[in-house]
Design a protein around this ligand. Structure first.
Ligand SMILES: C[S@@+](CC[C@H](N)C(=O)[O-])C[C@H]1O[C@@H](n2cnc3c(N)ncnc32)[C@H](O)[C@@H]1O
Length: 414
């Protein structure tokens, strides 16, 4: 099987069965001869999905069938981004691919559209918002929403910023120190820079040498966003902490590393995801009390039991689009409104588990005000015993920052 067919099969699962890109890729990567090529192409097509849909709409009289759309997107990515593949080879390879996957009926059509694409790209829309939607490959409704929330200039800035190639890592100070990790990285010539914004963190080129530090639990890959959120929560040694939506466990493990006497209860609604938390804690050498819990259901036994409750709720994930290229697929406005009810339910229950004088933190990795400010405002309106201490929306930047939101609230002491 050709590597292009592996790509086609993965993308078919994503587009036709709504599978997650990363999961489908992991499951089928073993079939690839060149894993890097397959990974790059699959993520590249997904990242440019909105843009390629626009190109296809401009170049065809009516929307082609799903399989032809996938083939065209593969061809367009090869033409635009694969420097090692000349244009004529990208067209020929895609036409051959259409035959290999049993779609020979569309090979003439694929050939015609891709040849025309090589000659001339469709012009971009005149309207600035539509143009940005195509250029940044972000759905139009979302760009409009961002324009309303942040203004056109800021929106363009964060939607077009380039993510860092280096990954954000946190040093496990229970096992080593930043200086020791730096020494190891210097000895093995691994590219890195220390993150001046976050204590004991660095940006590092992830390769086999770094992987061995990760496996030994000396470092962990934790986004800057996630570390910042933990810092804002302000957990101290001796605190009892509830992480109501904890998997895969990044924040719970951070809290447990703060001091020997921090007690962390880490919950998640999915059994299989509890294993991720346990593995994470084991690798980093911390103890967590891991529990299966649906945070939308009130649990009387936890009432008033925690100094700090973190509700790091499930969300649309639009703030981490740079890392999850399929994040925009199958998420329209209506779906978002469905999530906000779950988010509000989790926050209401989480609040009930905070002791008098304790802290409640609500966080998401999205930028939509419906999932952020609006949820917190409604909560504060309905819960007068909580006061807002701080609330921040972080926009994605080219210094390794993702988009996220954190609100910190205090329960009044009676
Ligand atoms: C944003 S992720 C949490 C990330 C985690 N706090 C970390 O730092 O590694 C949201 C998590 O909420 C979980 N979740 C979704 N619905 C839930 C519910 N009703 N109750 C508890 N957890 C839920 C998901 O399985 C997912 O693991």
């Amino acid at each position: 099987m050709s590597d292009l067919k592996v790509c086609y099969n993965i993308l078919s699962q994503v587009y036709k069965q709504q599978a997650y890109g990363s999961i489908s890729l992991t499951n089928r990567l073993g079939e690839a001869k060149n894993r890097d090529f397959v990974t790059r192409l699959v993520y590249g097509v997904l990242r440019n999905d909105v843009k390629y849909d626009y190109y296809i709409s401009q170049m065809t009289a009516k929307k082609p069938r799903n399989s032809a759309v996938i083939l065209l997107k593969i061809g367009m990515y090869c033409i635009e981004e694969m420097d090692s593949m000349p244009d004529y080879a990208a067209v020929n390879n895609t036409v051959e691919l259409s035959k290999e996957v049993g779609k020979q009926g569309s090979s003439g059509f694929i050939n015609g559209v891709l040849k025309a694409f090589c000659r001339k790209r469709p012009s971009l829309p005149k309207d600035e918002t539509q143009k940005l939607s195509v250029e940044a490959s972000v759905p139009l409704w979302l760009v409009r929403q961002y324009n309303r929330q942040f203004g056109a200039e800021k929106t363009r800035e964060f939607l077009t910023c380039k993510p860092l190639e280096l990954e954000h890592a946190r040093v496990n100070t229970l096992k080593t120190s930043l200086a020791e990790v730096e020494k190891k990285l210097d000895e093995t010539n691994v590219e890195y820079t220390v993150d001046e914004d976050c204590e004991n963190c660095l940006f590092v080129r992830n390769n086999d040498k770094v992987r061995s530090l990760f496996d030994a639990g000396l470092i962990t890959f934790q986004s800057k966003t996630s570390v910042k959120c933990c810092e804002i929560a302000g957990v101290k040694d001796g605190d009892k902490v509830l992480d109501a939506c904890a998997a895969p466990g990044g924040k719970s493990v951070y809290f447990a590393s703060i001091g020997e006497n921090v007690g962390v209860v880490a919950c998640d609604v999915y059994h299989h995801r509890l294993q991720l938390i346990q593995q994470y804690a084991r690798r980093m050498g911390v103890k967590l009390d891991v529990r299966l819990m649906d945070a939308t259901v009130y649990n009387k036994s936890l009432a008033g039991a925690f100094d700090v409750v973190l509700c790091d709720v499930p969300c649309s994930g639009f703030g981490v689009a740079a890392k999850k290229p399929d994040v925009y697929l199958f998420k329209d406005k209506d779906k978002i409104f469905g999530i906000t009810e779950t988010q509000y339910g989790i926050l209401e229950n989480g609040a009930a588990y905070v002791r008098d004088g304790g802290t409640l933190v609500y966080s998401t990795c999205t930028l939509l005000k419906d999932e952020n400010d609006d949820v917190v405002k409604k909560f504060l309106r309905n819960n007068k015993s909580f006061k807002l201490e701080s609330k921040q929306t972080f926009l994605p930047d080219n210094k390794g920052g993702d988009g996220f939101f954190v609100a910190k609230m205090k329960r009044s002491a009676r």
